[in-house]
Design a protein. Structure first.
Length: 84
């Protein structure tokens, strides 16, 4: 799928906020109970493909004194329930 796969938000400095777009690849499965008419649980693993622009931008902000409390995760996990 294609969409945003990284976001940088700087507290009290909205001018530094930036969203990065790119593809993400993944796979998932659905877990059904005995009766399919009730719905099912879903589980998916997504791997975003990020360009070096994301790390370059974060490094640039670090040089300006911005500290980050979080790091970019290499994968994403989706857990949900699908109503039928």
């Amino acid at each position: 799928m294609y969409g945003y796969n990284a976001a940088v938000a700087v507290l009290n400095q909205a001018g530094y906020d930036k969203i990065f777009y790119g593809p993400s690849f993944g796979a998932g499965c659905e877990f059904y109970k005995k009766h399919r008419n009730n719905g099912c649980f879903t589980l998916a693993l997504l791997i975003p493909v990020r360009k070096p622009d994301v790390n370059d931008y974060m490094d640039q902000l670090k040089q300006q004194g911005v500290t980050f409390n979080n790091t970019l995760l290499p994968i994403a996990i989706s857990v949900g329930y699908k109503f039928l």
